[in-house]
Every structure is written in C-alpha cells, then in structure tokens.
Design a protein around this ligand. Structure first.
Ligand code: ADP
Ligand code: ZN
Length: 213
C-alpha cells in the first residue's frame, strides 16, 4: 500500500503517520524529518535547507523531488510506504506521479488529516519533539509519561525552532497557497480520503482503519 498524508501543519499528521507506519508495517518517510536530521548533522544538504525551514518556507521543488526519488528507490519501500509532508506543491505531486510511474507503482490513498483552525494553533504551540529519536508529543494532547522526557528512548523533549509563532504563521500561509490545491488534485484522481483528527488519536485511527482495510 502506497500512501501520502495531506493536511496543514498542526493537525497531528506526523503522529498519525507514525501510528499507521507501525500498524501497517509501512516505512514512514517524512521529508521534514529528513531535512531536520540533516540540519542537526550539519550535512551539505542540511546547510542548504536550514534557512528555508527556519523561516517556514518550502525547500525548492527540484531538491525535494530528488531527495524523495532517492528514498523511494531504496529496497525497504518495495511493499509500500507512507509519505508524510510530501508532496506539498502541484509540481511535487506531478514529480511523484512520474517517480512512481517509472517504478510501475501508483498511489493508493491520499489521506487528508483534517482539524479545525482553532485547534491547530494550540497543537503547534504545545508540540514537543524528542531531540534524540524524533518522536513527537504534545503538552496538551499527547503528554509523555515523565514531563520533558521521551517515552520511547528517554531523550530530552524540546520545542522545534520552526514552531515559533512567526514561523508558524508563515507555515500556515504557505500551506494555504501551495499545498491546499493538492486536495482537489487528489480528489480528481479519486484517491482522496479525509479523516478528522480533532478528537482522540484512537478515534482517528478507527477512521483510518475504515479507509484502509
Ligand atoms: P509541518 O507539516 O508541521 O510544517 P514538516 O516536518 O512536514 O512540518 O516540515 C517542516 C519544514 O520542512 C517545512 O516548513 C519546509 O520548510 C520543509 N519541508 C518539508 N517537506 C517539504 C516538501 N515536501 N517540500 C518543501 N519543503 C518541505
Ligand atoms: Zn526519543
């Protein structure tokens, strides 16, 4: 099963993706995580993309497309994948279609994770990430067992630099301009499914199950 996840920042898309990944045994590919990992490790790619992430702007399409193409050519995705945070522009959606076509594969579902605007802001302000393993938490919605500490690995939980208020506003604006048009794009392809992630993660996952099984 080949899946992509759509939705503005702050819907809990990443958390939903992590859960789907473990339940359905699909490798979770998050372009945002890949970029942040490279920034942290000070790689050439990291240096190239850092300023875009800090401002909440999109990384240029050709760079992002090449990165995803490389990733999708690795062996572990032969039986399926879940892409989180890609595609984010129409150009990327077309590039993805071409990458898959070359592999004689196709997308099965574009899962749109919906949350009302008022909740989005609280989720972004409350988000914390493990600096060691990248697992995400939320001080309002998905608390770790011990405050400030990752349940999975015991690492320290921090706020992402691009979760600052100004950058968050820019990320939401960028989403509206560049990414929201993908909803009708995938609707036309007949693979768009929407789940509501404003209540509990369990309720969302029940909806996901209906859609995917
Ligand atoms: P969120 O969806 O919460 O904004 P992500 O982790 O998906 O967080 O992305 C963080 C940042 O990484 C984006 O603001 C952007 O700068 C960059 N990024 C991630 N995915 C893409 C993409 N597909 N195209 C361009 N830039 C991207
Ligand atoms: Zn951790």
């Amino acid at each position: 099963m080949n899946l992509i996840l759509l939705g503005p920042p702050g819907t809990g898309k990443g958390t939903v993706a992590q859960e789907i990944s473990s339940r359905y045994h699909l490798p979770h590919i998050s372009t945002g995580d890949i970029f942040r990992q490279n920034i942290k490790n000070k790689t050439a790619l990291g240096q190239e993309v850092e300023s875009y992430l800090n401002k909440g702007d999109l990384v240029p399409d050709d760079l992002t497309n090449r990165l995803v193409e490389d990733r999708l050519n690795q062996e572990d995705v032969a039986d399926g994948f879940i892409l989180d945070g890609y595609p984010r522009t129409l150009d990327q959606a077309r590039a993805l279609a071409e990458i898959l076509e070359n592999k004689k594969a196709k997308l099965d579902v574009a899962l749109n994770v919906y949350v009302p605007d008022e909740i989005i802001l609280k989720r972004l302000a409350g988000r914390r990430v493990c600096e060691s393993c990248g697992d995400t938490y939320n001080i309002y919605y998905k608390k770790p067992e011990v405050e400030g500490t990752c349940d999975t690995c015991g690492g320290k939980l921090i706020q992402r630099e691009d979760d600052s208020e100004e950058t968050v506003k820019n990320r939401l604006k960028t989403y509206e301009e560049k990414t929201a048009p993908l909803i009708s794009y995938y609707e036309q392809e007949n693979i768009l499914k929407t789940v509501d992630n404003s209540a509990s993660l369990d309720e969302t996952l029940a909806q996901v199950k209906e859609v995917l099984d």
